[in-house]
Write a protein that binds this ligand. Structure first.
Ligand code: NAD
Length: 515
């Protein structure tokens, strides 16, 4: 990030530690940035250079968490009664503010995650789309009515906000995923506490600054930094009514279990292992180009990364195109790079260990990224790796690698390929590359994934459709954003009314039935 950009999160930086070399981000509670009294800090690191970028409290204290919850609880009555048209006009201003700040936000994403310039902008833009959707929430909140459903009796159903909602964000989309969460929650009339990923916290602080500028009232959006203890302490609060989580399967399962055990509703988007099935009738060059982009973009650190390819029959010829495409990618943090580093040295070591396990378990490493050393020694760079002859019992298949590694399996028929994809415990996304409408049609109806691509490698729909997932990739019934997002952040209330002066049935002891 350029020097000017650091200044753009200046209000989030603690006064007393400004003199230190690494700035510390404050919590954002009740409309103000408030320095944590935590004694330990976690330092996010620029993954391209290894330099510390910003610190956050290792965990916020219970007192601070209590103050944030209180601020959100106290803001709720007035915010939830604020006319939806007024709430939405604030969201329009926030959308404008985020749009004007796009370059700055993308710079923060780039600095803390090492995404390429275009990908960092994409991170913000995809989030902005959900923010735009939130500006139209009034029509989603319109409710329904059934006049005279029984003699002289009308019923209306309205949707009401829940109260205080909590969002827990992962590292891999520092702007997009927080924007999946809080704009829709607050435009529905809830108040919100956001727990950013400690690895990439600055974009969230900047969004809070923009929310203040847009007129989001104090206490409606709060940010609490920390890690496991902070999350556990927040989830234990009975004032919190709903939890939105995006992250790993292990953590998300535990978050879902503890949130629902205390009566909260929860939507948890988890890990993935997305498959591309390549049919012999697919155009090999086109298919390979798309798979290379989707497997190695963002260094494979997307939940929709196309990390597994299933080559059906003669489609094996695509492998040469895949290797050629992957070899040609430029790795680094320069403006013209195709992919950057992985997030931490620990993530790099884990990915390299998994590649090694592939070698040991008998797979063929047809492109070995671990053999190439990046000239920028401070960064966590791994060159693209392609592993062929992978079998379902190998670690490289069983685990979500979340790095620039594509694993290849073979199948004889489309049915075999579908059996393989559907036996995988995850179900985030799957794609087929084919020139046959009938293959596409079979795949579309048989595959058990939340998002399905037909000659589209990363099948992300528009914000109106929500982001779904199935099997082990999602816990909860209501996917993020879209109509289901509005349902998640609101609860229905039925109002049954009778307005007649004389009705002989008024004192009946019999259960009412529609007449
Ligand atoms: P993570 O689970 O490590 O962290 C997610 C959040 O949980 C962070 O805010 C973190 O501070 C917090 N956390 C970490 N450990 C915790 C614990 N023990 N208890 C409570 N909270 C804890 O995930 P990550 O590494 O930041 O993100 C990568 C993962 O997210 C991948 O598995 C990826 O597939 C998944 N992801 C899924 C989707 C989706 O929509 N399905 C989208 C993006 C990312």
């Amino acid at each position: 990030m350029k020097a000017g950009q650091m200044a753009r999160v200046a209000t989030a930086v603690s006064q007393s530690v400004r003199t230190q070399t690494t700035p510390i981000l404050s919590n954002f509670i009740g409309g103000k940035f408030v320095e944590s009294s935590a004694s330990d800090y976690f330092y996010a690191t620029n993954p391209g250079t290894g330099e510390k970028s910003v610190g956050t409290p290792e965990d916020s204290t219970d007192t601070e968490i209590g103050i944030a919850v209180k601020a959100a609880v106290e803001a709720f009555p007035s915010w939830s009664r604020t006319p939806v048209s007024k709430r939405v006009s604030i969201m329009f201003r926030l959308k404008e503010a985020v749009t004007n700040d796009l370059d700055n936000l993308a710079g923060l994403v780039r600095k803390e995650l090492g995404k390429t310039p275009a990908d960092a902008r994409g991170d913000v833009v995809r989030g902005l789309e959900v923010l735009e959707y939130s500006c139209g929430v009034a029509s989603q909140l319109a409710g329904s009515s059934l006049p005279n459903f029984s003699t002289n009796i009308d019923v209306t159903q309205r949707r009401e906000p829940l109260g205080v909602c909590l969002g827990i964000a992962p590292f891999n989309f520092p702007a997009m995923i927080p924007l999946w969460m809080f704009p829709l929650a607050i435009s529905c009339g809830n108040t919100f506490i956001l727990k950013p990923s400690e690895l990439v916290p600055s974009a969230c602080s900047r969004l809070a600054e923009l929310a203040v500028d847009a007129g989001v009232p104090a206490g409606v959006l709060n940010i609490v930094h920390g890690r496991r203890r902070t999350v556990e302490s927040l989830i234990a609060r009975e004032e919190i009514k709903a939890v939105s989580f995006v992250g790993s399967t292990e953590v998300g399962t535990s978050v879902y279990t503890s949130a629902t055990a205390t009566g909260k509703r929860a939507q948890c988007n988890l890990g993935a292992k997305n498959h591309a099935v390549v049919m012999p009738d697919a155009d090999p060059k086109q298919a390979a180009k798309q798979i290379v982009g989707a497997a190695f973009g963002a260094s494979g650190q997307r939940c929709m990364a196309l990390s597994t390819v299933v080559l059906v029959g003669d489609a094996a010829k695509v492998l040469d195109n895949l290797v050629e495409g992957a070899e040609s990618l430029k790795v680094g943090i320069d403006d013209d790079a195709d992919m950057g580093p992985v997030v931490t040295p620990r993530a790099k070591a884990r990915v390299e260990k998994l590649i090694q396990s592939g070698k040991e378990q008998g797979a063929s490493i047809v492109l070995d990224g671990t053999k190439r050393e990046h000239p920028d020694k401070g960064g966590n760079f791994i060159y693209p790796t392609i592993i062929d002859d992978v079998k379902p019992d190998m670690e490289v298949y069983k685990q979500e690698i979340f790095g620039p590694v594509l694993v290849c399996l073979r199948a004889k028929t489309l049915k075999d390929a579908l059996d393989l994809v559907n036996s995988n415990p995850y179900g985030n996304g799957a794609a087929i590359f084919t020139s046959s409408g009938s293959n596409a049609r079979i795949f579309e109806s048989e595959v058990k994934s939340g998002q399905v691509g037909i000659n589209v490698p990363i099948p992300l729909g528009p914000p109106q459709m929500g982001f779904t997932g199935s099997a082990g990739s999602m816990l909860g019934d209501l996917p993020f954003y879209g109509q289901s997002g509005v349902q998640f952040f609101t609860k229905p209330k039925n109002v049954v009314s009778r307005w007649v002066d004389q009705d002989p049935s008024l004192s009946s002891t019999v259960i009412p039935v529609s007449r």
